[in-house]
Design a protein around this ligand. Sequence first.
Ligand SMILES: *[C@@H]1O[C@H](CO)[C@@H](O)[C@H](O)[C@H]1NC(C)=O
Ligand SMILES: *[C@@H]1O[C@H](CO)[C@@H](O)[C@H](O)[C@H]1NC(C)=O
Ligand SMILES: *[C@@H]1O[C@H](CO)[C@@H](O)[C@H](O)[C@H]1NC(C)=O
Ligand SMILES: *[C@@H]1O[C@H](CO)[C@@H](O)[C@H](O)[C@H]1NC(C)=O
Ligand SMILES: *[C@@H]1O[C@H](CO)[C@@H](O)[C@H](O)[C@H]1NC(C)=O
Ligand SMILES: *[C@@H]1O[C@H](CO)[C@@H](O)[C@H](O)[C@H]1NC(C)=O
Length: 782
Amino acid sequence: MMFQGGSMRRFCYLYLVVLSWFLFVPNTYELQECQSQALLRLRVYLEYPPSLQIWENYNGDLCSLSPSVNMSIKCEDDEVTELKIMGEKSEKPLMFTGFAVPNQTLSMNFSIDSFFTTLTRLTSLRVLSLVSLGIWGPLPEKIHRFSLLQVLDLSCNFLFGTIPPKMSTMVKLRELTLDDNYFNTTMPDWFDSLSNLNILSVKSNGLKGSFPSSLCKIETLEVVSLSHNKLSGGLPDLSSLTGLHVLDLRENHLESELPLLPRSVVTVLLGNNSFSGEIPKQFGELDQLQHLDLSSNHLSETPPSTLFSLPKISYLNLASNVLSGALPEKLNCGSKLGFVDIYSNKLSGGLPSCLANTSDSRVVRYAGNCLSVDSQNQHKGSYCKISSSGWKSFKTWEVAVVTAIIVGFVLVLLVSGMCLWKRCHSRQTTGQEVLLKIVQENSSTGVSSEILANARFISQTVKLGTRTTPTCRQFSIDELKEASRNFHLSTYIGEGSIGKLYKGKLENGSYVAIRSLALSKKCSVQSLKAKLDLLSKLQHPNLVSLLGHCIDGGGQDDSNSHKLHLVYEYVPNGSYRAHLSGSNPLISLHSKHAEFSVEKALKWSDRLAILIGVAKAVHFLHTGVIPGCFSNQLRTNNILLDEHRIPKLSDYGMSIITEDMEKFEAKGQKPKPSLMTKADDDVYNFGFILFESLVGPIACDKGETFFLNEKASFGSQDGRRKIVDPIVLTTCSQESLSIAISLTTKCISPESSFRPSFEDVLWNLQYAAQVQATADADQKSD
Ligand SMILES: *[C@@H]1O[C@H](CO)[C@@H](O)[C@H](O)[C@H]1NC(C)=O
Ligand SMILES: *[C@@H]1O[C@H](CO)[C@@H](O)[C@H](O)[C@H]1NC(C)=O
Ligand SMILES: *[C@@H]1O[C@H](CO)[C@@H](O)[C@H](O)[C@H]1NC(C)=O
Ligand SMILES: *[C@@H]1O[C@H](CO)[C@@H](O)[C@H](O)[C@H]1NC(C)=O
Ligand SMILES: *[C@@H]1O[C@H](CO)[C@@H](O)[C@H](O)[C@H]1NC(C)=O
Ligand SMILES: *[C@@H]1O[C@H](CO)[C@@H](O)[C@H](O)[C@H]1NC(C)=O
């Protein structure tokens, strides 16, 4: 149809009026009526999840709600472009048969079809994330109508059936995440049309069939996570995926030889499958590789020795395969290699010295082989010579012999286990109840597998197996007097939580910090030494290490002047507290430009990195030893920063020593964790470290009152602007800040049962850091 001249003019006129209205009325992003109706309708469908509580009685524009972890809406012009809702229905029932489960899914009334029909009215969505909302049913085909969608995350719901094939038309998709659902048909293989896909994550479903080889055509892929499914068959050559960083296919039924991998891979997790054949030589050339898990497969032959020396490799798990042959004695280990597991294979010969020696402090599990070391945990040589052609080829008598050997081995283990138990038991009665946690090769490890899979968690020096570090070095008092010029005033650094601190210089030129404390003379030197040994074994990159000690006037004589000197590594860059106050004393002492500069101020992301380091150290103190080491005097001035701003916690573990002293004095019982006061609780105290990271340092002892007074301010934007350190405000994303604030409040709960575990603390911090990193990257690309 054509416009007549007049109506055309009228149309243009109208158009100009409308245009000028848009141009001259301030841009308010008023949401289209139908879109806000749809949003409100979705809330009803989702049965009023707590995270949408703030929509209730909200009269303003939903687009202007400030985003939180649970809920975020972004709009452009007058349409919703981003919708993220996170619910609380994250628990999984034991059985799910495709129907509503009370309290765990949405109710019987929920209709996934109607829900998606309403949802598709938000036609401009680019980001859609609906997580842990209890949504149940088969994912409707109409999801493909979101043709602009770039990010889709439907994790942790109750979706089953098939992943709709029409999704192959959603060509803008960059991230597709469907983890923790019940998809139970065959794995689709239509991915090649999604040519912009970076992330495909469909973990923990029940998908069958083979690995989708159409993925090999998507050059943009960075993450492929299909772990915990029922995939079978083989893997194609993946070397065409030149941007792939993460390949996670754990816990499937994949069987074939291992494929070739692209040079870009950083994390490769293929454990608990049925891969066979040898580990390709090519794996030893993956110079970006950091984590490799090939455990619990049927891999044979000798692993390529270059695998151990890869420049970035830090986690290498080859346990429970049938690897055989001998590793070269002169094996080189990469400098980052912190964890090696070759448990339960058929390796023979000696253990290469870079795996045997504890000096460079890496965790090595090597029991259950035929190695010539540590013979009580190794098999006889003949065990490793048995042909690997499988059980079928055995004659019955061979099976009998093998069974006899296994039974014998189990008996030996049992007997030695009992001896060990007795030894521990008798040790306990002699008062040394503090023992290093010894993780048995054949018992479940104390470190959870999730933590092991995440090698950033692994302390360089957590000891698995039975090897121990040399005991704490003893310094002579003369040595320390010389180092500290006889504890001269000029070497005095300050008062720690207990004792006085001095800076010293050892004969070899290295600097140390010396903590001197008076000892009650009733204190048993013997038991003290055992505890000092324990302290020196607490090695973690985020702990100031104890190098040694000196008991002055101790030993056998009974003089009154018992003094204990603890010698620590010296951390040069001042305390976190000083950095937070922006008046770093070291900067003003040593630098010519004495005044405080903004470059040196700790940005929010720097603070998060420091907090994460400290949280890792505390998590290690709680779980890396038995019994855990609690009450660690967590304060901002006990966190020291090294030259790279790596945080190191000092004054940890002092309860081990002071407890000993007090016990002798008060003859009381050890305080039970349940009776622990607030001031002793690490989570509670960490809350204040978080708080000071947000608002800057607070005068000692004022923290609690100050927090209670200011807590309410966190609730509003204005309040935050008032209370939060301006450096934080200008360098943080609102979402990351909100996560930290919510975590702070939880840690400082008066009621201990409301406080999170340290694992939760760590998780939330890492989440906040991730959110911040994403925001920073977005800002850079703008
Ligand atoms: C997320 O939702 C829960 C439950 O309503 C709420 O307690 C929590 O404060 C919310 N978190 C944020 C950051 O909004
Ligand atoms: C998938 O799961 C649903 C719900 O549990 C069930 O009804 C359906 O039969 C399953 N389909 C297949 C192919 O296993
Ligand atoms: C579901 O939740 C309600 C209220 O929270 C509770 O009374 C009921 O016992 C729960 N039902 C089940 C099966 O857990
Ligand atoms: C389901 O719908 C019926 C009828 O509309 C209603 O009476 C009932 O309360 C609803 N149940 C739930 C759990 O919402
Ligand atoms: C393999 O399966 C075992 C037993 O279910 C489990 O303990 C282990 O963590 C799994 N390993 C991996 C790498 O998934
Ligand atoms: C450990 O290394 C030292 C040399 O640094 C060597 O003499 C010793 O034999 C090694 N120990 C083992 C068990 O390989």
